[in-house]
Design a protein around this ligand. Structure first.
Ligand code: AMP
Ligand code: MG
Length: 323
């Protein structure tokens, strides 16, 4: 079986193609670069303009024609409404025209499954850190349950908003990481952890204020040390509580080497295996194709009527039939 997946929840239009052995046959990513923050309508425009060429490039990379595709899946949510609708419309059109099954899939669950697959983890505790999401999850009774999460903004949005204030281009996360490497002095910032939940808005406000009379390197260093220590603390608490033996880090902020280092050290202290899917923390179509394949193999089917987009599609709404 050949599965094609289309990702398009925010900034990345991704087309991935996989076979039944989960071999990656194509991975095309086109990334919308906004001047300020992401504008939903502009992002969806970007996706519709690039859809045809991205699909053609993926088929070419895989050496296939559309007639060879057996399943089409797409990111049904959560995400920005206009982007989701553009992607869903493309997926439905292809499904109807070529008469192939269609599956709308949860973007966050897709991040988890590609991470498990590539890191060869069985039943990890998951720290999912992206632009809009910050969650600690673990499978329990057929659902990825949320054991901790941000009470206000996502960690990536916090970094991006801070970056915009100090004049960094979007996305600011990787630029903050580079500046932080040359930071030497720790500037105290609000550290807000409540059980296994976190809050980043006070940290953001304080960091913006303190950026006026401190070096950018020091303030970027301090934001990272504070926010990532908070993330590591709540992950450790959940790990001990749930007696997990593996930790999976994923989502765009998972690219950060300092965050990886903190979690690797913490996991080792608990004799837990640590994994981060290199090159697959970011949004991509391969993870959407993989989740479509897993769902299809476990007998899940959808009609066109089941494919309406879900802007607030929660991770813990999806029954995990394949585990
Ligand atoms: P996603 O929502 O999963 O696509 O992830 C995008 C978010 O990841 C944005 O907020 C980026 O700023 C952030 N990000 C990407 N790379 C890094 C990095 N190296 N360090 C920190 N944040 C990052
Ligand atoms: Mg994502």
């Amino acid at each position: 079986m050949i599965a094609l997946g289309i990702e398009g929840t925010a900034h990345t239009l991704g087309i991935g193609i996989l076979n039944s052995n989960h071999e990656i046959l194509a991975d095309i990513r086109k990334i919308y670069q906004p001047t300020g923050g992401i504008h939903p309508r502009e992002a969806s425009q970007f996706m519709s303009e690039n859809m045809d060429s991205a699909i053609d490039s993926a088929l070419e990379e895989a050496g296939l024609n559309f007639g060879d595709i057996d399943l089409i899946s797409f990111s049904q949510g959560p995400g920005m409404g206009p982007c989701l609708r553009t992607v869903a419309t493309a997926a439905r059109t292809l499904s109807l025209h070529y008469k192939i099954p269609i599956l709308g899939v949860n973007h966050c669950v897709a991040h988890i499954e590609i991470g498990r697959e590539l890191c060869k983890l069985r039943d990890p505790l998951i720290l999912y850190v992206s632009g809009g999401n910050t969650q600690i999850l673990k499978l329990k009774d057929k659902y990825y349950r949320v054991f901790g999460e941000t009470l206000d903004i996502g960690i990536g949005n916090m970094l991006d908003k801070f970056g915009r204030e100090i004049g960094l281009k979007h996305p600011a996360g990787p630029r903050i990481e580079r500046l932080a490497r040359n930071g030497r002095r720790y500037i105290e910032l609000p550290y807000v952890v409540k059980g296994t939940d976190l809050s980043f808005s006070g940290l953001l406000t304080s960091a913006i204020q303190k950026s006026r009379n401190n070096s950018l390197e020091d303030i970027c260093f301090s934001i990272q040390e504070t926010a990532f220590a908070m993330l590591t603390e709540v992950t450790e608490r959940a790990l001990a509580h749930l007696k997990a033996e593996e930790v999976l880090l994923t989502g765009g902020v998972g690219n950060n080497l300092r965050l990886q280092e903190m979690l690797r050290v913490m996991s080792a202290e608990h004799k837990a295996r640590f994994g981060v899917p290199k090159n697959y923390c970011n949004d991509n179509g391969v993870m959407i194709a993989l989740l479509g394949l897993l769902m299809h193999e476990s007998g899940i089917r959808q009609n066109i009527n089941d494919t309406e987009v879900k802007q607030r599609f929660r991770t813990d709404e999806v029954e995990i039939e394949w585990r």
